[in-house]
Each structure stands twice: as C-alpha cells, then as structure tokens.
Design a protein around this ligand. Sequence first.
Ligand SMILES: Nc1ncnc2c1ncn2[C@@H]1O[C@H](COP(=O)(O)OP(=O)(O)O)[C@@H](O)[C@H]1O
Ligand SMILES: O=P(O)(O)OC[C@H](O)CO
Length: 494
Amino acid sequence: MAYIIALDQGTTSSRAIIFDHEQNIVDIRQNETRQYFPQSGWVEQDPQDIWASTFGALQETLAATGISPETIDALAITNQRETTIVWDKASGKPVYNAIVWQCRRTADRCQDLVDKGYKEQIAEKTGLVIDPYFSATKLAWILDEVDPDRTRAKAGDLLFGTVDTWLLWKLTDGQVHATDYTNASRTMLFNIHSLTWDQDILDLLDIPQAMLPEVHPSSYPFGQAHLGRNVMVPVAGMAGDQQAALFGQTCFSPGEAKNTYGTGCFLLMNIGHEPIISRHGLVTTIAAGTSDQPTYALEGSIFVGGAVIQWLRDILHILDEAADSDFFATKLEDNEGVYLVPAFVGLGAPYWDSYARGSMFGLTRGTGRAHIVRAALEAIAYQTHDVLEAMVAESPVEIKTLQVDGGAAENDFLMQFQADILNVPVVRPQILETTALGAAMLAGLAVGVWQDLAEVARHRQVDQTFKPAMDGNKRQKNIDGWKEAIRRTLTNQA
Ligand SMILES: Nc1ncnc2c1ncn2[C@@H]1O[C@H](COP(=O)(O)OP(=O)(O)O)[C@@H](O)[C@H]1O
Ligand SMILES: O=P(O)(O)OC[C@H](O)CO
C-alpha cells in the first residue's frame, strides 16, 4: 500500500491527513494553533508554532498508524494564504511574528496607495483590490520595523514566505525557497498575466526581489522533505487552501463554484484561462492546476465565517462547542429581526471596508442566546449571498449548485439556511476535508499516482444536497433586513 500525506495549515489548526490511492482518509491528526490580537484589528501567529504544530501532526499520524515514511509517495502542503512570514536565512529564525491574513494594521498604508491612484494599476496586474488582507503591505510593514533601509533583504539575508513557503523551507532543511502560483497570486506582488513578481509594485513598496521565493505550478516536484533517519519524501503539491478546495471539489470547468466555511468563507468560481478583472468587489486569483498555463478563478473573500462561532464559544462563552450552534439556532422559527454583522476585522468582499467593526441590530428585552447564535450563523449565509450576488453580476455563467466544505459546513441548519437564502441547491460532499484532498490530488498527479483529472474526479461522493425551501417573500424580507444592517455598519459609503 502507498499513501499521500497532505499537510493542511489553516488559521486555527494544523492537520496531517493520510490518503490512500482510492482517496480514502486513512488517518487525521490535528493540533490547534494560537492567534494573538495585540491591538484592535491586529492578528498575529508564531511561525515556530505554525511549524511545530504541522510537523507534530505529521509525526503523530505516522506514529499512530505505524505507516512507514518509505511508503509515502508524496507530501502536499496547503495553507492559510496571505499570512506573511520573514525569517533570517542563516539562523532560520523568524524576525517577527507571522502577520495573519485577517490583520488590518496596514489599513492606512493601503488607503494611501488608493489615494495616490494605484487602484486600477494594481487590479490590472494582480487581480486584487488594494487591501491589508494581502501580503504586500504586511511584508513592507515588517521590513520597515526590522530592516528599514532594506540592507539585509537586498543581500538575500532575509527571506519572505507565505505559510507554504515557510513549511517547505523547514521540511527541506532550508534547501528550498519556493511557492506556487496560487499563493503568489495572493501577495499583491505577483503579476497574474506574466506569472512573475511585478517589479513596479516591488519598487512602489521597496521590497527587494532577492527575498522572494521561486514560483512554480501547484503540481510540481518542489523538493525533498527530510522526515528523519535519511528518509526523503518529495513535496509534489502546494496550493493555497481555497484554491486546493476548488480543485478538491473537482471544479475543473468554468462556472463551477465552491464555498469553504472555515475561519473565513471563500467562494471561488473557475473562470477558465482568461482573467476577468472584477467590477463588483471580487478578486481574480490563480486556480490550482497541473500545467504552466494558468486557470483563473473569481473569488469572494469573507473575513469572518466560522470565526463568529468561535467568538460565541471562546469570548462570549454562550456555546460549549461550535456544533451546539445548530441546536440553539433551530430553537427559533426565524431571526425575529436580530442581525449580527461580524465585521471584527473590517469587511472583505464585496464591501472592502477596513475600518468597519462588528455590530448587532434589532435587540429587544426578549433577545437571548438563541437569537444571537442564530444571527451569527445567518450572517455567514448572508455574507455568502452578497458574494454570490456579485459573482452572478460579474459572470454570464449561471451557478446551478454550490459545492460546500470546511468545518462549519457540518452545520445542517447553516447549510439549509444557505440554500434558502441563495435559492440554489447546496451540495455537501462526503469528504469535508476537500482542501487537503485537493492538495493530495495535486501531489498525486505530479508523481504519477493518478494519471489525469478524470481519474482524480472519479472518487468524489455527495453526502447531502440541501434544496431551497424558503418562501420568496420571506427570503426577500430576510435579505432586506441584512442589507440594512450592512448599510448601518459600513464606514466607506458615499
Ligand atoms: N458545527 C459547526 N457549526 C458552526 N461552525 C463550526 C462548526 N464546526 C466548526 N465550526 C467553525 O469552523 C471553523 C473551523 O473550520 P476549519 O475548516 O477547521 O477552519 P480553518 O481551516 O480556518 O482553521 C471554526 O471557526 C469553527 O468555529
Ligand atoms: O484558514 P482558512 O481555511 O479559513 O483559510 C484562510 C484563507 O486562506 C485566507 O485567505
């Protein structure tokens, strides 16, 4: 028997998942990772914790299953994207905490770039909206702190990486400094047409090319991971988690879309080989693929999805477990006019408001735990509605079904409410670990475990389809209430 192991480094946890050649999950090990919130809207993680939790999960899964590393055909890495790490090449030590994708510390820098008129140019080159979400201004911020005149970065003594690059570098004992197209396309430094780092943007932010990783397709022999006792295993697949999930959901054709409900929610639609620059608040990104010719995707990035449930559990303490949210939400017939806008770190697509903060509306003396829990789950579905609405406006392709995955997609109430609010069937696959599966598929294709896309798609199975069942008037009333809540939360409206 031979296997592929996917390392899925998400915002809240690091997982190692063993797949066999039939794409069955043989074992999963998971370690939580800690987030730090040093100031309002700031989010950091410790890069050493990211590494230790990931490598620990890998070692634990090998120990628990007794699977010998010699029988592993390939490793795959998939990761929270945009999160920015800079380390010292000689010592291998990070020079600052990882600045997490959700972090808003560079909001003013981004506003300054917008005010100076770079919006169109950056959208044309990178497919992105100027926002603190992406790595570019986070990297410039770290350099301003630790290497203001850029001497060390220019000499190549400091290296930059997103989480995939950091893990690859650690796994290969500092031999390989590389990333893939999908992760590079989230930095706001990468030209998605020429598939190269963009010198104009590097100059604009004073970022030396010498510190940037090489960029390859997602299905590629990146390097040999050192798993101890002279055992080397090829790392043959790397992709940002959302693009890996799109691939794992087998959305290989234009018009096919998925939404992942993790810490955030990320709705991606395959748009084929021609990038569209969005006029409706979406971003254009490179999808995971097996060749040099890129496939593109339109993406709606929602910053707070499942994280709102974590907030109810860990900060408000009104839930013991995230899964209990289903029980409380279904205690009510409807939301009774209560809306929660979880703009804890501003709002992403399609609003892009860095300065908005969370708000709740419609509270009465009768408002209790069930209302707040339900409003939180509904907010995940409404935000997805707003993104899908933008996607429909952008693309002539009709979205007939929405494929879903991620931790919060286990919540039946949320999935049914999502189908009701979108008026589109929501299809949940049997394997919810689609992100890891997609990465494993990319690695397996690179090393010849599977021959082609048709072969990797063969194993996909549906768990449940949630069909829209809400009356049209009620749907509209719900959406109107949400739009009003959004209107009252935004700071950037004219
Ligand atoms: N049954 C559930 N209902 C609602 N939210 C859930 C449920 N299970 C997990 N979550 C939420 O999903 C997120 C974890 O999903 P996961 O896909 O592991 O995220 P990530 O990859 O971002 O770390 C957490 O934010 C958690 O609050
Ligand atoms: O940690 P996740 O799975 O919510 O994914 C984070 C995204 O990659 C951020 O862009």
